[in-house]
Every structure is written in C-alpha cells, then in structure tokens.
Design a protein around this ligand. Structure first.
Ligand SMILES: Cc1cc2nc3c(=O)[nH]c(=O)nc-3n(C[C@H](O)[C@H](O)[C@H](O)COP(=O)(O)O)c2cc1C
Length: 342
C-alpha cells in the first residue's frame, strides 16, 4: 500500500498545538529581533503562514511603535501578528513594558513573545486583555517556572541561539528533549535551526514548533545593509562566536573584527560592560553595521543557522522553502518507517 494512503498528509504533519494556539499554518516563529524585527519582515512571515513578533524595544518612541503596529496590520490585512517584549535585568529599562502591552491591545494585537527575565509581571496583564503569551527562555528550569506562572506556551532556546542564549551550555535538542519530560504546555525549540530538515526533527522530537532568527537575517524586508546580508550568505556554520561569557552574559554573534576585539579585552581581564566602551552598544551596531554596511564595525547577534542562508530573498520565500523541506523530511521519515520489517 502507498505509505501516504495511511500516514499523515504533508499538511497535517505540520499541524501542532502551537499552530492551533496561534491560528497559523506553519509551526515557525520569527522571534524578536532588536532594531530589525519591524513590520516589514513580520508581515512577510505572517502572510506566508508563520508567526512573527514586532520587537517593541526597537522603537525610539511609543508613537513610532504604534505606527509600526498599524503598518503591520495594514500589510497583513488583519491576520494576527505578535509583539516581542524583551525584558531587561535592569528594572529601570522595563518602565515602558506596560505601555507596550497597552498599545498592542489598543491596536488589536493579542499575541506576545516575552524574553530576558521572568514573565511573572506579564502573565496577568496579558491574560486580562485576552492575550496569549509565549515565553522564551534558555533553560528547562526557567521553562518549568514559566509554566507554573501561567504562560500559554514555552520557547526554549539552546546555546546555538543568535543573541542571548544564557549561561546554559546545552543545545536546543538536548533542552527540548528534557523539557518534553517536564512540560505539558506547547513547546517550541530554537537555536541553530535554519533548515526544513531541522524543523522536521523538532517535530519528530515532540516539539510543537521552532523559533528562528538568524536564518531570516538575509530576508529582503530586514532593514539592514545588503553588505551584511551578503556577508551572511557567503558564510557557513562557523559564522558565529560567543562573547561576554566571562561576564556571565553570553552573547552569540557574527564572528567579525568587533567580536574578536571584545574577546581580546575579555582575555585581558575586562570585568564589566563599561570596559568595552561603545564596542558592544546596540546604537553602534544599528548605525555602523545595519545602516552603513560596515560589517566589521559592530556586534551583530547571529548564530550558526545564518550559515544556511544562500540568497537575499523575501521572508515569505524563506518560509516556503523551510516548509517544503520540512515536509520532504517528514515524508522521507514516514517512508522509512513503512519500509521497516514488521
Ligand atoms: C539580530 C538578532 C536580534 C535578536 N534580538 C532579539 C531581541 O531583541 N529579543 C529577543 O527576545 N530575541 C532576540 N533575538 C533572538 C531571536 O528572537 C531568536 O530567539 C533566535 O534568533 C533563535 O535562534 P537562531 O538565531 O539560532 O535562529 C535576536 C536574534 C537575532 C539574530
């Protein structure tokens, strides 16, 4: 008998608790991206059937933030999209969080991704407004705590994550396998995922979806200079390195001159963030790398998944390729299962 007559259809195999929770076609989240996660790329992934989160912290004013939510609503024609709330360890940096949530609700947004610290203060306001909260964290223990605090889904990232994977030195798939033993909530895994076969592997593991970032750095809608995108397209799995681990603030970034300069300062004993001057400031990255295209001149969050990028292309095309490859990998697995002796 044809394997496909009895097995799941290619479409149903990608349907999970996450796609049901968020009302999306594909179990792929584009996580928050500081300075880059704005309406253009978020709308593009949403229109392609995945989910994206506008990064509230990226905006210079609340008016700019609100205007971008409105732009995204127009671009998506009313499809749901999300907002990323990146919490800081410094309380004074979190004073706008209640406004970010209020404005999101006022603009009809009800999906949120939180990251950075405990979601405790977010669950109440988001649920009171009828919202859904996916909390992103780097360790199984944090995931279990988030479940107890009442979040609706957990995104668990491994050490391969572009950005801030925390001090936990475990991979996405190790974290994910342990988390599945301890969580009842929909579980998303991320970090290092840049191909459809990895999405299929995440689903085979039992995860409900993936969260991605680095693979989308080359999307045409990402507001970064093409010089950076060409650099990432030309790179491979060794495109990233980590900095600031010596300060307990591990950051996975593009392996460029600025990252190497930071590593040298760490080796010389630099012991607080101030010791790195403006080298590690996000304003420097925005101006010199994202705007001017000086790819060596600032720190860029990036993980090895950037190595999968092979062209600058629309985000919707990246989603479509990922989904087609994930389906092919699921089909191959199903075919192999059917081929086993009884
Ligand atoms: C350039 C860049 C900026 C990011 N900025 C944020 C951010 O502001 N807030 C956040 O929660 N995650 C941020 N992330 C992490 C992503 O949302 C996502 O969790 C991560 O990229 C997944 O791992 P991957 O890069 O290996 O795909 C960023 C990632 C990248 C590549």
């Amino acid at each position: 008998m044809d394997a496909r007559a009895t097995g799941p259809t290619p479409d149903s195999v990608l349907q999970t608790r996450l796609t049901a929770l968020l009302g999306i076609r594909h179990p792929i989240l584009l996580g928050g991206m500081h300075h880059l996660g704005t309406s253009g790329v978020v709308a593009a992934v949403v229109n392609a059937g995945a989910m994206g989160f506008i990064t509230a912290r990226s905006f210079e004013s609340l008016d700019d933030y609100r205007a971008d939510l409105r732009r995204c609503r127009t671009l998506t024609g009313g499809l749901p999209f999300g907002v990323n709330l990146t919490m800081s360890r410094r309380e004074d940096y979190n004073r706008l969080v209640p406004d970010w949530i209020r404005i999101a609700f006022e603009e009809g947004v009800r999906l949120f991704e939180s990251a950075g610290s405990s979601p405790e203060a977010l669950v109440g306001p988001i649920h009171d407004g009828g919202g859904i909260l996916v909390h992103k964290c780097p360790s199984v223990r944090h995931a279990v705590t988030a479940q107890r605090l009442g979040v609706d889904a957990v995104a668990l990232v491994g050490l391969e994550e572009g950005g801030h994977p925390g001090a936990n030195q475990l991979s996405a798939f190790v974290n994910g396998a342990f988390a599945l033993e301890r969580l009842d909530l929909p579980l998303v895994i991320g970090g290092g995922i840049g191909s459809g076969r990895q999405i299929a592997a995440a689903l085979a593991l039992g995860a409900d979806g993936v969260v991605m970032g680095s693979r989308f750095m080359v999307a045409s809608e990402i507001a970064a200079h093409d010089a950076l995108k060409h650099r990432i397209v030309a790179s491979d799995e060794h495109c990233s390195t980590t900095i600031l681990g010596s300060l307990g603030d591990t950051w996975r970034v593009l392996a460029n001159d600025s990252a190497r300069a930071v590593q040298r300062l760490e080796a010389q004993g630099a012991s607080d963030h101030a010791a790195f001057g403006d080298l590690i400031l996000s304003s420097r990255t925005r101006q010199r790398v994202y705007q001017r295209g000086e790819v060596e001149a600032g720190i860029v969050s990036l993980g090895p998944a950037g190595g999968f990028a092979d062209a600058i292309e629309p985000a919707g095309r990246i989603v479509a390729r990922l989904v087609a490859d994930a389906r092919a990998a699921c089909d191959a697995l199903a075919g192999r299962r059917v081929g086993l002796p009884a």
